[in-house]
Design a protein around this ligand. Structure first.
Ligand code: ZN
Length: 129
């Protein structure tokens, strides 16, 4: 299943847990694995705190401190070297166990899409086996 995510800012976090949970529900399996994969080189997916979404803003700020803009070789190609590096650090996928037909996320965990070079129309591929 392919989800569509429209981002609105250069860097942004979007909670996609409801959409991923819906894919898992419709797969109708009791136990298995759910893979959430972002087919982009300047975006990522992470699992983290959902109750206080300031954590998402903090994540973006932390990445900004670690990876400054405009100082990379790739910036001579298309000016988004920092976004590629941040994406590589976070990674393109997460795998979540499915138990009793539902994502076995912890109480405070959500599946979060991370835009690092938006705004863009993005895809998220979700497979359940
Ligand atoms: Zn690039």
């Amino acid at each position: 299943m392919e989800l569509k995510v429209r981002t609105n800012k250069k860097c942004e976090v979007i909670d996609i847990t409801p959409q991923v949970s819906e894919v898992v529900r419709s797969a109708d399996i009791g136990e298995g694995m759910c893979c959430v994969f972002v087919p982009h080189a300047t975006a990522a997916v992470v699992i983290n705190e959902n109750d206080d979404m300031q954590i998402g803003e903090d994540l973006l700020d932390a990445l900004e401190r670690i990876v400054p803009e405009g100082v990379w070789r790739h910036d001579k190609v298309d000016s988004n070297g920092a976004a590629h590096l941040k994406s590589a650090m976070l990674g393109p996928s997460e795998t979540i166990p499915v138990l009793n037909g539902r994502l076995a996320l912890g109480t405070w965990q959500s599946v979060i899409f991370v835009e690092l070079d938006g705004p863009r129309d993005r895809k998220v591929i979700v497979t359940v086996k």
